[in-house]
Design a protein around this ligand. Structure first.
Ligand SMILES: [Zn+2]
Length: 51
């Protein structure tokens, strides 16, 4: 094990899924992508919307 700390085997804690409000494109990023590459729409953090 390269790391001695208690880590999970993925980066889900660092990245969130953002969904384009216009075309539904899903992007995984640490921070809001800002503008959709496909349509220029705004992204919504999916994780935070599920509460
Ligand atoms: Zn889009």
């Amino acid at each position: 094990m390269p790391h001695g700390q208690d880590v999970e085997d993925d980066t889900s804690e660092m990245t969130s899924e953002y969904e384009c409000l216009q075309c539904g494109r899903i992007v995984k990023a640490e921070t809001n992508p800002g503008e959709c590459e496909e349509c220029g729409g705004d992204f919504q953090n999916r994780a935070k919307s599920i509460e």
